[in-house]
Every structure is written in C-alpha cells, then in structure tokens.
Design a protein around this ligand. Sequence first.
Ligand code: NI
Length: 167
Amino acid sequence: MTLREIITVPDEVLRKKAHKVKVFDDNLRTLIDDMVETMRDAPGVGLAAPQIGVLEQIVVIEFGDEEDEEAPAKLYTVVNPEITRMYGDRVMGVEGCLSIPGIVGDVERSTSIVVKGQTRNGQNVKYKLNGWIARIFQHEVDHLTGVLFTDLAESIWQPAEDYVDNV
Ligand code: NI
C-alpha cells in the first residue's frame, strides 16, 4: 500500500466529475487500499478518489458508532456510490475537509440516506444509514461531482484546534 498525496484547493481536479468504475481488477483494489491508508494517515473519517487526483467514483469512509464509543469504527469502501434516497430531518452539522485545510463550516444535510453501489469486487451493496455516517456519505459523494462543503455551508470559520473529523 502507498500513501497518496491529498490534493487541496484550489486544484481544479477537485471541481471535476469523476467517472463510473467499470473494471473491478487488482488495480482498483490497490487504489482502494491506498485510499484507506491515506485516509487513516491524514487522519480523516472519509476520502473520495478525486481528493488524491483520481477521477473515479470511489469513496472510503471509516467511522465509529455515535451511540457506542467502545464499538470499533466501521469501514465502508463503496465503488460507484449513488444516494438513492434522502429522508428524515435536515440538520446542521460542522464539517471539515481534508482538501480544504484549516477551515470548517455549518452544513445542512439529511439525517438519513439510502446509498447503493458496488464493493471492490463488483458486488452490489445497499446501505441505509442515519446520523453522522449519513452526513459523511453525502459529503464524500458530493466530491464525485466536484461539490465541496464550502459551496453548501451557511457559515465558514477557522476552528481553534485541529478538527479531527475531516473528510
Ligand atoms: Ni472532503
């Protein structure tokens, strides 16, 4: 596995649309492993392929259970993710992004989503998610169409300390 460089604004690659993955081979699986390693090293709780300069529809997310701090973080690696349903309340939450260091912002998101996609082996998967993990997925899937949280944020500021939940 290899650590990849995380691309930051204003690099134009962050504004481009990622392509659908059609070939599920060892190159894809190596790329996904590199993304997971890069996310953990950052550290962050999510990473989309365009953030390492790869315009393919891949996201990796690793996040623990909000209700149970003892529970181990769960790793999601989703290829061609598509949010097919957003429901529940729209709530504000503070987001940071590994590609926009030094700032955070208040972003309104749906509390619940259904996301469909494929595994690293091309098998179809579908997740129903609620709470912070649903927010992280919305943030990462936005990266695949060149949307950054700063486009959606109601307010943006510099946090006093390093923000740990960067995505
Ligand atoms: Ni981000």
